[in-house]
Ligand binder design. Sequence first.
Ligand code: ZN
Length: 188
Amino acid sequence: MASGGRALIVIDYTYDFVAPDGKLTCGAPGQAIGPYIARQIEDFAATGDLVVFAVDVHDEGDWYHPESRLFPPHNLRGTAGRALYGAVGAAYDRLAADGLPANVRWMDKTRYSAFAGTVLEMDLRARGIEELHLVGVCTDICVLHTAIDAYNRGFRVVLHEKGVASFSPEGHAFALQHVRQVLGADVK
Ligand code: ZN
C-alpha cells in the first residue's frame, strides 16, 4: 500500500539527454544533478513510495511525430541513448538487481508530458497518490509539461530545484518561476 500518497517522477534522465555526447544533451547542468536525483530515488524507494522512471522513446523514421520537425533523432528505441545515465542509472540498476520492486516502475512516454498517452494517471489514482515530486530534464520542456498536466489533473506538485536542469539557463529560470507562480507548486 502507498504509505504517504506521494510519488517521485524521474523524467528523461537518459544518456541522450544528459551525457556530454548525448544526442540532445542538457550538458553540465544535467550531469550535475545526477547524485541528487539518485538520493531521491533511494529515499522514495526505501519508504515504499512510488518511483516512476518516465522515459522518452522514439522510433527511427517516425516522421508523423511532431518532434521529428523540431529535434534531431534522440532516445531511439533499442539504443544506448535510452539508458539511464550516471548515478541515476546506477540507482536504477541496484533496484532492478533482483527484479524491480512493485513500487518502482519504468514507463515509456512519447511526448514531453509523462501523462500524454501513458498509464501514469491510472497508476497514481489506483494508489491514492496526490502529491508528485518531479526531477529530471529538461526543466523547461518535459518537466514543465508534466508539471502542467499534473496541475490540470489536480495533483499537488513538488518540483526539486536541485533535481532539474536544462541546456537553457533562461528556459530553466522561466520554468521554475512558472511552476511556482502559475501552477502554485512547491519549488524546493
Ligand atoms: Zn523526445
